[in-house]
Design a protein around this ligand. Structure first.
Ligand code: AMP
Length: 539
């Protein structure tokens, strides 16, 4: 016997229909390559999503087919989010900051059939076009036909491509477990791995994220997602906006320009902005230098890396904002924990203790379960002292990676690769990482890839790379070398050697020499020990 309620499918189409019916006139403001300030409504976006769906139909795109986007945050990208997902296809967002070899791998791994891209990424794609056999069409997100002249017959502009189609579409009945979005993460070693989100996961994630003790989003909000739409669906904000009914502001390629961000926040009355600490650092600097305050901005969502204390204090004390510190992952759609509003009893704590508590990554949102496990596989206590490997489970946590049956969860729990402690109030604090990666400006650098490249140098016996705290980028790579002989390579020689082997922004910021790199019992380089040795290192 089962319950007697309707088996209503939780799909993005339901969010779109709700947005269309209940919140059609909410404004969406965007900066794009062909508009300094584009204004439209949610209703306009959904009509154009229908044009996208009609375009896919004419290309014979089938349910489950992957369609790629390499694009900044703007209204067109949002049209693709809904147009692709709600028609049954999968919107595969690609991070354009990746090395071209990785973009090539990702498009081929996903067998993308169409690539929608911003003008800025034409050169990137043109350079690998011949190696992308599955792609039938490249559609540039602009109205400027001049940019596609001479690019070849597979190339067209978005406005030309969709303009001939109807703004009506007979949206299919989808199953809530059908896939709708795909995002690759480079957060581990080897090739990037794809996380394919289901409609159900994203709907439940949206419902969990908008509640008062999470992002606290309502109809009167105006949201600026600084987090790119190619990073875990911009943390789900395009769905939250349609579900809750709020205004959206997209900064296009200007996401890291603090002057533009401050202007948009003031001009549009942004109440909530979301991004990584690197961007908030730039903004804080700009606001301080120019003596600007942003009274409309009440909620600052911070995630991707830990919020540095000085930034927390600046935005809290000088700008009177509530800091919503979130932790999550691509594999978690991404929301896992939130540190937002402390319970009343915590407000009575002394200021230092309360501030320490605020800096933690927070408590799990409903839907996410946490578990700390030691190296022997035993669960450890939530005592605020004992650290363990952080495992999670829930309806918006990845079960299997795309095309990777070889990588499996452990008894239904996903190993986050983060090491943390959890206190008796359920507040989780990240203390380290077991995964070998460095997060610079919110983007991953694989230490193992740099090490492998470096160890092919004849003078180098062993090379280890660790992340070291950096005031602007949160973390930057420090290369630690154990030499064969006495000759020490200079920084310039290392950079020259690594050019072409790794992305330019992955270049180590400094080199340190050691007599012997510490090893673990199983013969691996002992990164935890190295991180201890270089604790407090400054570039
Ligand atoms: P990504 O999949 O690129 O979103 O990266 C997820 C990883 O970023 C997590 O496993 C953490 O290592 C790190 N991370 C995300 N949010 C935070 C945070 N608030 N504090 C510390 N680390 C974070």
């Amino acid at each position: 016997m089962i319950g007697s309620m309707m088996n209503y499918q939780l799909t993005l189409t339901s969010i779109m229909q709700h947005g269309k019916q209940i919140n059609p006139n909410k404004e969406v403001v965007s900066i794009t390559s062909d508009h300094d300030e584009h204004r439209c409504t949610l209703s306009d976006i959904f009509e154009r999503s229908a044009q996208v769906a009609n375009l896919l139909k004419s290309h014979n795109i089938q349910k489950g087919d992957r369609i790629a986007t390499l694009a900044w945050n703007d209204f067109r990208h949002m049209e693709l989010y809904y147009g692709l997902g709600c028609s049954g296809a999968v919107c595969h967002t690609i991070n354009p900051r990746l090395h071209p070899d990785q973009v090539n791998f990702i498009i081929n791994d996903a067998s993308d059939k169409i690539v929608f891209l911003d003008v800025m990424f034409i050169d990137l794609i043109k350079a690998i076009e011949a190696e992308l056999p599955t792609v039938e069409q490249f559609i540039v997100l602009t109205s400027d036909v001049a940019v596609v002249e001479h690019l070849g017959e597979k190339w067209t502009t978005y406005e030309d491509a969709i303009s001939v189609y109807s703004t009506e579409f007979d949206w299919p009945e989808l199953n809530e477990n059908d896939p709708c979005q795909l995002c690759y993460t480079s957060g581990t070693t080897g090739n990037p791995k794809g996380v394919q989100y289901s409609h159900r996961a994203l709907v439940l994630h949206t419902m969990a994220a908008i509640v008062p003790d999470a992002f606290s989003i309502g109809k009167n909000d105006c949201i600026l997602p600084v987090v790119p739409m190619f990073h875990v669906n911009a943390w789900g904000i395009p769905y939250m906006a349609a579900m809750a009914g709020c205004k959206l502001v997209f900064a296009g390629s200007k996401v890291a320009d603090p002057e533009v961000l401050a202007r948009l926040i003031k001009q549009e009355g942004v109440t909530l902005a979301a991004g990584v600490p690197t961007v908030w650092n730039l903004l804080a600097q700009y606001l301080q230098d120019n003596n600007i305050s942003l009274p409309s901005l009440k909620k600052l969502v911070v995630g991707g890396t830990a919020m540095p204390p000085h930034l927390y204090r600046y935005f809290q004390d000088e700008q009177d904002m509530a800091i919503i510190h979130a932790w999550g992952m691509t594999e978690m759609s991404p929301l896992g924990t939130i540190n937002h509003i402390q319970a009343k009893e915590m407000q009575k704590w002394d200021e230092d203790t309360l501030f320490e508590q605020k800096l933690k990554q927070g408590v799990p949102v409903y839907g996410i379960e946490l578990k700390l496990v030691n190296d022997d596989g035993k669960e450890v206590a939530w005592d605020g002292k004992t650290s363990g490997n952080l495992f999670v489970r829930g309806p918006w946590v990845v079960d299997k990676y795309f095309n990777r049956p070889d990588v499996e969860n452990v008894n239904g729990w996903f190993d986050t690769g983060d090491i943390s402690i959890i206190d008796e109030h359920g507040y989780m604090k990240i203390t380290d990482r077991s995964k070998d990666v460095i997060k610079s400006g919110g983007e991953w650098i694989s230490s193992v890839d740099i090490e492998n490249a470096m160890m092919s140098h004849p003078e180098v016996s062993l090379a280890a790379v660790i992340g070291v705290e950096h005031p602007k980028w949160d973390e930057r790579p420090l290369l630690i070398i154990q030499n064969h002989g006495d000759a020490e390579l200079t920084h310039d020689e290392v950079v020259t050697f690594l050019i072409g082997k790794i992305a330019k922004w992955w270049m180590p910021d400094a080199i340190a020499y050691v007599d012997a790199i510490p090893m673990t019992a199983t013969g691996k380089m002992h990164k935890l020990k190295l991180r201890d040795v270089f604790d407090g290192y400054t570039f």
